[in-house]
Design a protein around this ligand. Structure first.
Ligand code: TYD
Length: 205
């Protein structure tokens, strides 16, 4: 059996974790080994990096921020994701390089291509077999986050205009690589979304 690398992308509050869980349960029900993981923070080192990028008080220079996400990614892919794929497991990962392009690129300081190249260097060129984009209007996303009432991180605290740019960037990425991406409407019912994801993943099993 060959491994499969599945990533979930989308704005904060788009329901990635719920769908990652449902997909994991479905695949495990078929006897597959699944590694469910995330960036930033998929390793011990990554947890420390996550704390800096999400909760450091005060500014982080854009290049430093991009490098921190890339450092998290380099360690995570080398020590967890590649070994799992080599063992024939399915990796279901919350966020990957498309998040870097969409978020760090949306700051307008760094170009999307340079952010993508940095990530590819960090991950030694690893691209997902399929990327699920949970597309959600940023105003709806904000309403969901406010309803959650949890601690806001640095990115969640950004203005709607920033999140609108992130959303547009994700949609551009999906349009540029239609074979890799499945775009789903995140306002659809949880089960409807889960079915669409299963249908797409089933083609790769
Ligand atoms: P996430 O773990 O999805 O946050 P939460 O647990 O609050 O849903 O992602 C944390 C934040 O990190 C999210 O706002 C997007 C951001 N991010 C980047 O800016 N660049 C990246 O490369 C990655 C992986 C995440």
């Amino acid at each position: 059996m060959t491994g499969l690398f599945i990533t979930l992308e989308g704005g904060d509050g788009s329901g990635k974790s719920t769908q990652a869980r449902l997909l994991t349960e479905w695949l495990e029900g078929q006897g597959r080994n699944v590694l469910r993981t995330r960036e930033p923070g998929g390793t011990d080192v990554g947890v420390e990096i996550r704390e800096i990028v999400l909760h450091h008080r005060g500014d982080i220079a854009p290049r430093a921020e991009a490098l921190l996400y890339a450092a998290d990614r380099a360690h995570h892919i080398a020590t967890k994701v590649r070994p799992a794929l080599a063992a024939g497991d399915i990796v279901i990962q919350d966020r990957y390089l498309d998040s870097s392009v969409a978020y760090q690129g949306a700051g307008r300081v760094l170009g999307r291509d340079e952010v993508r190249d940095l990530s590819l260097w960090a991950a030694e060129g690893l691209l997902p077999d399929v990327t699920i984009l949970l597309d959600l209007d940023e105003t709806v996303a904000r309403g969901r986050l406010d309803a959650d009432n949890k601690r806001f991180d640095r990115l969640e605290a950004e203005k709607n205009e920033f999140h609108a740019r992130v959303r547009a960037a994700f949609l551009d990425l999906a349009a540029a690589e239609p074979d890799r991406f499945l775009v789903v409407d995140a306002t659809a019912a949880v089960d409807t979304i889960a079915d669409a994801i299963r249908a797409r993943v089933a083609r790769l099993l």
